[in-house]
Design a protein around this ligand. Structure first.
Ligand code: NAD
Length: 399
């Protein structure tokens, strides 16, 4: 977060600034575990709490060979602003193990997850850190964590039969779709000129659910991609068939529809809405001039580089920031955590209701500030998030 930029519009006291300029807690671990008779796994692992002033550190566990302390810290910080913007009682955290989990069998992966739980047991058992899945970890790993702590509220993203939340899998995509629809109604001038067209980069969990919800609401999904490339059909893709194809292990390339395109060209298509839902850093100083969509919805984390942001802003392209657009996931996690603490059961539709209601309010707040101060939605969202965190520091006597 660029605190200097935010401080142009709101007061950020010096004491608060010091707390926001660096993480509250960084843990570096040197991990070694005999995962099977023939495999000793050794890896660097990290856990970062960027700020816990608003509540327990919330953030996923990433298993990826490229995990670093720096990346873990950046992702922990993102969670601070996301949770503050949508007003749920969490702080920002993240953890990661620098391994390639793809070659591990179930027993090996489970042994590594258990060892990681052992290393961070104090933070898990105290409730100081509430993890969730991230790249390379999934629902069954969260079930393993629950098996170790025996506390349902110690982890979210569990399978529904193990205290998980119906609707959690869809939650981020649901939120992306809800925010997209609010923005489209506000900003796209003529709804009678045909369905709103959408290109989705990354048809994984978030992208595929967002596409599906948008399709069900009458939007036309004209392009989709995965890591190997994409497809484009200006008349619209059969989203339900594509969804089933991907869920049954298919690739975009093997789906027989439209023309083949690259991930780079997908970003530059003449569509109403562009949804980058794959990885960070895809909209750059190089390609920002060529983006044609008037609206970009950041479903992935950090898909737009700062230099690209300036170019898109000059070109009056509205970028809905990740901390708003993809907050449906952490709102789902909050509902799961709340249900675990209270012992109540939550239905899928109730999960969606909470996500829709929180994101509708947050989107109105962000766009009220955007209009008022004539600033990009990203800055408006950051102002609100920083104000919330600073006010809580004051409430707690930290500053
Ligand atoms: P996923 O692994 O299910 O899907 C990722 C998709 O992107 C896949 O289709 C994959 O093939 C594609 N992809 C991967 N690398 C690519 C590349 N280099 N170029 C183009 N496509 C590529 O992941 P996900 O859970 O859908 O997450 C997608 C993004 O959303 C990530 O940035 C993640 O951090 C962010 N996010 C996810 C959640 C969540 O709840 N899953 C919540 C908030 C943010």
């Amino acid at each position: 977060m660029n605190i200097e930029r935010v401080a142009k519009y709101t007061t950020v006291p010096t004491y608060a600034r010091r707390m926001l300029e660096k993480p509250e807690k960084q843990v570096t671990l040197n991990m070694s575990v005999r995962a099977s008779n023939s495999n000793v796994v050794q890896a660097d692992a990290y856990m970062v709490f960027f700020s816990t002033v608003r509540g327990p550190a919330k953030g996923g566990i990433r298993f990826n060979p490229h995990v670093t302390l720096e990346e873990t810290t950046k992702l922990a910080e993102l969670m601070v602003w996301k949770t503050a913007l949508v007003g749920i009682p969490f702080g920002g955290g993240k953890s990661g193990v620098a391994i390639d989990a793809s070659g591990l069998d179930f027993a090996e992966k489970t042994a590594i997850v258990k060892e990681f739980v052992h290393l961070i047991r104090n933070e898990l058992n105290s409730g100081e850190y509430v993890p969730a899945p991230d790249m390379g970890t999934g629902a069954s790993d969260m079930a393993t964590i629950f098996g170790e702590t025996h506390k349902l509220e110690s982890v979210t993203g569990k399978p529904p039969r193990v205290g998980g939340l119906p609707g959690r899998e869809e939650a981020t995509g649901r939120g992306v779709s809800t925010v997209t629809q609010i923005i489209a109604k506000r900003l796209l001038p003529n709804p009678n000129s045909g369905p709103v067209t959408v290109a989705v980069q990354g048809f994984g969990n978030v992208g595929s659910w967002a596409a599906r919800f948008l399709h069900e609401s009458g939007y036309r999904i004209v392009a989709a991609s995965d890591i190997n490339g994409g497809i484009y059909d200006p008349d619209g893709l059969d989203v339900i068939e594509l969804f089933e194809h991907i869920r049954s292990g298919g690739t975009i390339e093997a789906f027989n529809a439209g023309e083949d395109i690259t991930n780079e060209s997908l970003l530059e298509l003449p569509v109403d809405i562009l949804i980058p839902a794959a990885i960070g850093g895809v909209i750059t100083g190089d390609n920002a001039e060529r983006i044609q969509a008037p609206i970009v919805i950041e479903a992935a984390n950090h898909p737009t580089l700062p230099e690209a942001d300036d170019i898109l802003d000059e070109r009056s392209i509205v970028v809905v920031p990740d901390i708003l657009a993809n907050a449906g996931g952490v709102i789902g996690s909050y509902v799961e955590w709340r249900s675990a603490r209270s012992g109540s059961l939550t239905k899928r539709d109730e999960t969606f209701q909470v996500i829709d209601s929180i994101l509708t309010d947050a989107t109105s707040r962000v766009f009220a500030v955007t209009d008022d101060l004539d600033i990009p939605p990203r800055v408006a969202a950051e102002i609100h998030a920083v104000d919330e965190v600073v006010a809580t520091m004051d409430d707690r006597g930290w500053i």
